[in-house]
Write a protein that binds this ligand. Sequence first.
Ligand SMILES: [Fe+2]
Ligand SMILES: [Fe+2]
Ligand SMILES: [Fe+2]
Length: 284
Amino acid sequence: MDKKALIEALNKDIENEHGAIVQYLTHAYAIGEGEMACELEAIAREEMRHLDWLAEAVVEMGGTPSLQRGHTRMGGGSVQEWMKNDVLLEEDGMTPYREQVAQVDDPKLKRLLKRILADEESHHADFQHFVEKSARESMTDQRGTLDDRTVEILNWGIEHEYTVILQYLFHSYMATDHEVQEQLQDQAINEMQHLGWLAEKLIDIGSSPRIEHTEIDKSVDMKQMLTADISIENVVAKRYDEATKELQDAKIVKLLSRIRDQEVYHSEVFQDLLAELKKERGSA
Ligand SMILES: [Fe+2]
Ligand SMILES: [Fe+2]
Ligand SMILES: [Fe+2]
């Protein structure tokens, strides 16, 4: 495989991992609290690591990681059908990895693809087990249809969090300074926590999380990316703050206040990085 085809193939893998993360998280949130939800979230976290490793490989080869959400199998009228769809999604993902392991010559990349394939085989077995378990334990969809101002705000929060997760990951892959990369990755992980808290709260109050994102800043210059990241943090910190004043539910206000404080922290971290960068480059 030539370099261009290989980058394209790895980007397709990244897209598939992205789709799998969203599908498994959707299922985890929808079945509510419990052991199986935790296991689904743990699998989604492994897919995030795959995405991360593949994105780094793409950048190492001079490519740009894709931010598209790939193929999913979101249908299914019962938890058991969802688990069957998760089994199938793992099968969809394993096929290209098997082909790539056979085709790739570079020993480091081959080892990485083998490692990911082994993880997918393990997930495949886990999901087969969950097909049985969900039926045995008569698990049901815990999502409700409540649709009010609180739901609107929490889903706005999810949309924002999902957007910045992708944006900070993308910026971290394209950044050339180690400290900037580290901080962007760290804050992206924190934004994943925010997304999880908001989604769980939505299930809690009898509604359903909507996992969609808005436009992502794709700057590749570190000054430009940090400027965009500071700007989005300041805007959302203000919106979360307004929401804490608008809503009445004490637990929700506490949750949104905590997220707001962390957004302010993110903004300050990014401001420090930008100031350092400007000092190093000797220009404003
Ligand atoms: Fe994966
Ligand atoms: Fe956040
Ligand atoms: Fe943030």
